[in-house]
Design a binder for this molecule. Structure first.
Ligand code: UT7
Length: 338
């Protein structure tokens, strides 16, 4: 038994912020951003929050899978930008979805509806931009060991609240949004994962805790903002991602020619092109949507997956590789059959 994607969903903020707008509020230009990254616009949360977007994406994934919240045994949320440290975002998503399901019970058009709360086990996973791949892998492991059958896996970020809007070298890159999948237990097809971490390189992409005025021990004041050595991250990604994908395919005796699509973390189109080249694969196999959303970290792969799914791109039996990379440093890949 292993995981299979039963449904996908997404929820992104309404507010679209394009490069031209950013060039009116800071020293940047559409030319610089789009030529260096491929990003043209991003969504920025105004009324939305990490929890509301996560719940919205989860509801859409459940609808697409034809399941209800009570069918879910576990909720995993990958995020580095939760609304609160405690409770975890996954717990809050469970509460929202339960409340909405309960309201159906009191719906006058459905007076006989019975309601029993979902008690799915909930936890958050922070592996930055690899978070969704890590969460999918955890879900797959729980299904493989036979403990759970249906797991909701959500990737969500509100990065706009943790970037430094006075640092043009980072703030123009990121966006907000959420994507989700329902993973069910299946005997069909393939679902394999491979994860890697190098904690010694954590400093190249970080977001420290804010100073909290502790009167007992005066800590060095922390910024609480995303800080990144872009060129180091770039070098890491273009080396580690193709290595990891090749390792995963070799482990499973699958050749690159048998892969229909590679869905990579959407950080920079130059990274995606470089990975395609190093794998010896055509860019046609690498769907890209970072022009519309920027880098949404843990949300980028599930948002892309949902867009591709809803556009009818995938056929039953297609083999997909999903791969993420980012802070930690973390990286990993999932091989699955649609
Ligand atoms: O999810 C994981 C995430 N991170 C990544 O994947 C990031 C990977 N790295 C990258 O994508 C690229 O390194 C960046 C897009 C972040 C930066 O591109 P770069 O070609 O490495 O530029 P740079 O940092 O070397 O900066 C070049 C110049 C600098 O000016 P000077 O010193 O040459 O005069 C920067 O000050 O570009 C300047 N610059 C900007 N100019 C206009 C930096 N940010 C901006 C900006 N607008 N927004």
């Amino acid at each position: 038994m292993h995981g299979k994607i039963m449904g996908t969903g997404r929820c992104v903020p309404d507010k679209v912020v394009d490069n031209d707008y950013l060039s009116t509020v800071m020293d940047t230009s559409d030319e610089w951003i789009s030529s260096r990254t491929g990003i043209r616009e991003r969504r920025i949360a105004t009324t939305e929050s990490t929890v509301t977007m996560a719940a919205g994406a989860a509801e859409n994934a459940l609808l697409s899978a034809g399941l209800g919240i009570r069918d879910v045994d576990m909720i995993l949320v990958a995020t580095a930008s939760p609304d609160n440290f405690v409770p975890g975002t996954a717990c809050e998503v469970q509460a929202i979805l339960n409340k909405e399901a309960e309201e159906v019970k009191t719906d006058p058009e459905n007076p006989s509806g019975t309601y029993e709360a979902c008690h799915a086990v909930c936890m958050d996973i922070n592996a930055a931009c690899s978070g969704f791949i890590y969460a999918l892998s955890v879900a797959n492991a729980f299904i493989q060991c036979g403990q759970y059958r249906n797991i909701l896996v959500i990737g969500v970020e509100t990065l706009s609240k943790i970037v430094d809007w006075s640092d043009r070298s980072t703030c123009v890159l990121f966006g907000d949004g959420a994507g989700a999948v329902v993973i069910g237990a299946s005997e069909d097809g393939i679902f394999r994962h491979l994860l890697h971490t190098d904690g010694s390189m954590g400093h190249v992409l970080s977001c420290h805790c804010r100073d909290n005025n502790n009167p007992v021990v005066r800590n060095e004041v922390q910024t609480g903002y995303v800080q990144m050595d872009g060129q180091e991250v770039f070098k890491f990604a273009v080396k580690r991602v193709p290595e990891c994908i090749s390792e995963l395919l070799e482990q499973n005796h699958i050749e690159k020619k048998d892969i229909n699509y590679y869905l990579l973390h959407q950080a920079n189109v130059k990274i995606i092109k470089s990975v395609a080249k190093r794998l010896g694969e055509e860019m046609e196999k690498f769907p890209v949507n970072l022009d519309k959303y920027g880098n949404t970290s843990a949300a980028s792969i599930p948002i892309l997956l949902d867009e591709c799914n809803r556009s009818g791109m995938f056929k039953k039996g297609d083999k997909l590789v999903l791969s993420g990379f980012g802070g930690g440093l973390t990286w990993g890949a999932v091989l699955l059959e649609w």
